[in-house]
Design a binder for this molecule. Structure first.
Ligand code: AMP
Length: 424
C-alpha cells in the first residue's frame, strides 16, 4: 500500500524550501526592524476559543474546523487562524499589564481549514501574523498595515493593492445595523440561506458573502463608513493620514468587513488580481474587544495575517527567480577503507570552521564523485587515499577552476578559506 499526503496538504521538497526561506527571511528582518518578537503558540487549542473569537456564524467555525476529542473527552480544534491564540495567550498570561510600550509580536505557522482544495487554498497552509497589543492609537494601525505592505514590497510581489475601511465600534455599529437590517429585509427572500440567517445575527457579514446574487443585492446598502460615530471617523482619518506620511498607498473600500463585535475601527486587505478567486494575500484589523471578551483585561489591539502559499504563488506567476540555497562546499572522497577515519576528522574540522562538507560513500568511484561535484556546484573535493595518509598531503581539487593542489592536512582549512569558499 502506497500512502499519499492527505487531500489539501503537500510536502515542501528541498528544491522548494528556498522559496519559503526567501519570504521567511524578509518577514523576520522587517518585524525585527520594527521591534516585534516572535511567539509560538500551540497548534491546537480548546474548540470553544475559536468558536468564540472567530465567531459562531463564520464559515471557518461552521464548516471548516478540524475538531477532535482527546482521551479525556476535551473538545479541541486544530487552529484555523492565529489571532485567537494570541489573544488567549495575552489574556491568560496578563501580558499587557506591566509594560508602557505596546506588546509587539509576530508568529508564523501551519493553520488548518477543511475547505475545498484548489490553487491557493489548502487544508493545511502557512500564515504569518503581526500583532500590536496595548495601544488604541491610529498610528499603530498604520504601523501594522505598513509592515505588511513593506513585506510584500520587499518580497517583490507585483501589483498589490491595499484596501482599507472602518467597521466602527459597537456603539456606532449597533445604530448602523438597524439601518442595514431595514435595507436587507426589503429583499429578504432573495438572499442565500446563509445570508438570511446572518441578517438576524450579524448583518455586516453579508458583505463577505461570495454568492453573486447577494453581492449584487448589497451593492446599494448603506455603508458603515458613512455611519461612523465621531470618534471612529476621526480614528479613520488619522489612520489614512499616517499611511500617507508613511507613503503607503491605499484605496478606501467600504465593503471590507470584519463583522464581529470585538473587531473595531480599522479593517484592511492586501489584494492581487491575478490568482483567480484567491485574490486576498492577507488582511487584518483592530480588535479592541477581543482580549477582554476572552477574560483578559480590556486591551486594545491591532494585527494582520497573511498566507505564505499565496505570496509564493504570486511570485511564481510573475516569473520571479528565487535565489539558490547555499550549496555543499566540500566533498571529501576517501579512496578505500583506510582513509575513512581521516576523512571524518577532516569533515569535523571543516564543520568547526563553518564550512559545509560531507564524506562521500567509500564504495563510490572518484570519477562519479567528481561528476557529482560538477553537477551540484560543490566548490572543492578532497581526495584521501593510502598515499595521502602516509605523506600527510591531501589532494584538494578546485572544481570550478579545474585545478588541483597538494596541501598539508593541517593547512587544508586555510587553503580552502583563501580560495573563496563561503564560510557560514
Ligand atoms: P483569513 O484568516 O481568512 O483572513 O486569511 C488570511 C490569509 O491567509 C488569506 O488572505 C490567505 O492568504 C491565507 N489563507 C486563508 N485560508 C487559506 C487556505 N485555505 N489556504 C491557503 N491560504 C489561506
Amino acid at each position: 500500500m502506497k500512502y499519499q499526503a492527505p487531500r489539501g496538504t503537500y510536502d515542501i521538497l528541498p528544491e522548494d524550501i528556498r522559496k519559503w526561506h526567501y519570504i521567511e527571511d524578509i518577514i523576520r528582518r522587517l518585524t525585527t526592524l520594527y521591534n516585534y518578537s516572535e511567539v509560538r503558540t500551540p497548534i491546537f487549542e480548546q474548540l470553544d476559543l475559536f468558536q468564540r473569537s472567530v465567531g459562531e456564524d463564520t464559515d471557518i467555525v461552521e464548516k471548516e474546523m478540524y475538531t477532535f476529542k482527546d482521551k479525556k473527552g476535551r473538545d479541541l480544534a486544530l487552529r484555523p487562524e492565529g489571532t485567537a491564540s494570541i489573544a488567549r495567550m495575552v489574556a491568560e498570561r496578563n501580558l499587557q499589564s506591566s509594560t508602557r510600550e505596546p506588546l509587539r509580536i509576530w508568529y508564523e505557522g501551519q493553520m488548518f481549514r477543511y475547505s475545498r482544495p484548489q490553487k491557493g487554498r489548502y487544508r493545511q497552509f502557512y500564515q504569518f501574523g503581526v500583532e500590536c497589543i496595548g495601544s488604541p492609537k491610529p498610528i499603530i494601525d498604520a504601523e501594522i498595515i505598513a509592515i505588511g505592505w513593506q513585506i510584500l514590497q520587499e518580497a517583490k510581489v507585483p501589483d498589490v493593492s491595499l484596501e482599507i475601511n472602518s467597521v466602527g465600534c459597537p456603539e456606532c455599529r449597533d445604530k448602523y445595523n438597524i439601518l442595514l437590517k431595514e435595507f436587507l429585509y426589503k429583499d429578504k427572500d432573495k438572499y442565500c440561506t446563509d445570508c438570511q440567517r446572518r441578517m438576524e445575527q450579524n448583518p455586516l457579514r453579508i458583505f463577505d458573502c461570495k454568492n453573486k446574487t447577494c453581492q449584487h443585492l448589497i451593492e446599494k446598502a448603506p455603508r458603515m463608513l458613512d455611519n461612523l460615530c465621531e470618534e471612529c471617523a476621526q480614528h479613520f482619518e488619522e489612520v489614512k493620514n499616517s499611511l500617507e506620511m508613511m507613503k503607503v498607498p491605499f484605496i478606501v473600500n467600504p465593503e471590507i468587513v470584519r463583522g464581529l463585535d470585538y473587531y473595531t475601527k480599522t479593517a484592511f486587505e492586501y489584494k492581487i488580481n491575478y490568482l483567480g478567486a484567491q485574490d486576498a494575500l492577507g488582511g487584518g484589523g483592530r480588535y479592541d474587544g477581543l482580549i477582554g471578551y476572552l477574560g483578559g483585561r480590556q486591551t486594545p489591539a491591532v494585527g494582520l495575517s497573511m498566507g505564505l502559499e499565496r505570496i509564493i504563488l504570486s511570485l511564481e506567476k510573475s516569473g520571479f527567480s528565487f535565489s539558490e540555497e547555499d550549496n555543499l562546499e566540500v566533498l571529501i572522497i576517501p579512496i578505500g577503507i583506510n582513509p575513512i577515519q581521516a576523512s571524518i576528522e577532516m569533515m569535523q574540522k571543516l564543520h568547526e570552521a563553518g564550512i559545509s562538507a560531507i564524506v562521500a560513500d567509500e564504495g563510490s568511484s572518484v570519477g562519479s564523485n567528481l561528476k557529482y561535484c560538477d553537477k551540484n556546484n560543490v566548490s572543492f573535493a578532497i581526495l584521501i587515499g593510502d598515499n595521502e595518509l602516509k605523506s600527510g598531503l591531501y589532494v584538494v581539487k578546485n572544481i570550478k577552476k579545474k585545478s588541483q593542489s597538494e596541501v598539508k592536512k593541517e593547512e587544508v582549512i586555510d587553503f580552502i578559506k583563501t580560495h573563496e569558499v563561503v564560510v557560514k
